[in-house]
Design a protein. Structure first.
Length: 435
């Protein structure tokens, strides 16, 4: 009986030791969420690399005091907590009380500062934001805004703009003017003293000097009113009617300064409507550089010209030269509307607005004004005047030709006579000597 009791006590003892051992092993296997590595945290059910990093970021600022504090971490809710609560621990957490400020000497102060700096969030790099791509005109003031740039640590940032034409600036918001057309690459570099970031945008600058000068249903004339060569590569001409496709200017389409360019309908394939239509000059990015709309009441005078102020019907087309305006035609102003290249801009983080204005500035080419009466008189008198002028010019030329011929003949006779007389005198002298 005593032997059976010993065996019974031994079994009870081994059972108690086993329970204690299993509890100890389980306690040793718990993951300390205050000290575990990213890889260790990633092994917990429902915790991936992103949530593991969030746990580390949280405990860096605020250590976990109880395991329930882990639910304060982003994307860890009650369901995830129930799955991991038996697998985690916070260890032995002792919250240190900060000593009173008046009890800190200089050495203690330096030590605390060093400790706080090592336990704070690591400095994160800033993010540069230069804005959207910009379309503007020569001599147009453009605002470059870096206000949307971001630094998560709220560090003081240093800004550096490079406008792509050699000019730079160090302001957060900077204004700049481009003097020449072209495409410019603008860069914004920001720095917090440790890290930096770069953002790049494209700025397309177009010449506002190209205008629609004159057109008919057979040709379209444009004019470069600046003192610089204009590059029209990938510009377009189109009309509102769907009967014809836009005309795309080919590569290296260069236009001389202060010159007209006449584009024939056979080349552009643009068929303007005699009754009403709209013609547009379009920049490569699709924005409108100039446009003219018209209503036609007299198809016999289908030619429209610009006079430095507005568009008018004219009876005398002048493709390739200064426009002649017929002021006597009725209802001129009621049949036209125009939107020409006074600023048409898309820029920094704003929806572009198209400003419709008449061409009242910078229109340098000459026009001549002729009334309808004077035009009719001129057209009637042209044949007679031409005949009279031709006849008088022919008679004058014949008289001048006859006078020149006679003069040459007289001179020839005089010279020949002089030579003959000299030869006779020489002969006479020789005969006198021999006798």
């Amino acid at each position: 009986m005593a032997r059976r009791d010993k065996i019974k006590y031994i079994k009870i003892f081994l059972f108690i030791v086993g329970i204690f051992y299993c509890g100890t092993v389980q306690a040793l296997d718990l993951i300390n969420i205050n000290t575990a590595s990213l890889e260790k945290l990633d092994t917990l059910p429902g915790i991936g690399p992103a949530i593991a990093q969030a746990i580390v970021d949280y405990r860096t600022v605020t250590p976990f005091q109880i395991i329930e504090d882990i639910m304060d971490v982003y994307r860890i809710g009650p369901v995830t907590f129930d799955n991991i609560k038996d697998l985690i621990t916070v260890g032995e957490f002792i919250q240190e009380e900060e000593p009173a400020q008046d009890e800190l000497d200089e050495e203690t102060n330096e030590t605390i500062t060093s400790t706080e700096s090592t336990s704070s969030v690591p400095n994160r790099p800033p993010m540069a934001e230069a804005g959207t791509d910009i379309v503007a005109l020569v001599n147009q003031e453009i605002s470059f805004d870096a206000s949307n740039s971001l630094d998560l640590d709220n560090d003081k940032l240093i800004f550096f703009w490079n406008f792509g034409d050699g000019a730079t600036d160090t302001e957060k918001i900077s204004n700049h003017i481009y003097l020449y057309p072209g495409q410019y690459i603008v860069s914004l570099l920001i720095s917090d003293g440790e890290f930096s970031d770069l953002d790049i945008i494209t700025v397309n600058i177009y010449s506002q000097s190209i205008i629609i000068s004159e057109f008919s249903n057979e040709w379209i004339e444009i004019f470069n009113q600046s003192d610089q060569v204009a590059n029209l590569t990938n510009w377009q001409l189109k009309n509102q009617k769907a009967s014809s496709s836009p005309f795309l200017f080919p590569a290296n389409s260069l236009m001389a300064p202060n010159q007209f360019l006449v584009l024939r309908q056979e080349i552009t394939k643009i068929e303007l409507d005699n009754d009403s239509d709209q013609i547009q000059l379009i920049y490569p990015d699709g924005s409108i550089g100039a446009e003219v709309s018209y209503l036609s009441e007299d198809k016999e005078i289908f030619c429209i010209a610009f006079d430095n102020d507005n568009y008018f019907w004219t009876k005398i087309p002048t493709p390739g030269s200064a426009n002649i305006i017929s002021r006597g035609i009725k209802n001129q102003k009621e049949t036209f509307s125009s939107n020409n290249p006074e600023p048409d801009i898309k820029q920094t983080q704003e929806i572009p607005e198209v400003l419709a204005t008449n061409l009242t500035e910078n229109q340098n080419f000459d026009t001549q004004e002729i009334s309808t009466t004077s035009i009719n008189n001129l057209l009637k008198e042209i044949p007679k005047n031409n005949i009279q002028n031709t006849q008088s010019a022919s008679i004058s030329q014949n008289i001048q030709s006859n006078q020149k011929s006679k003069l040459i003949l007289y001179l020839s006779i005089i010279v020949s006579s002089s030579l003959m007389l000299g030869w006779v005198i020489v002969l006479l002298k020789n005969r006198v000597k021999f006798h």
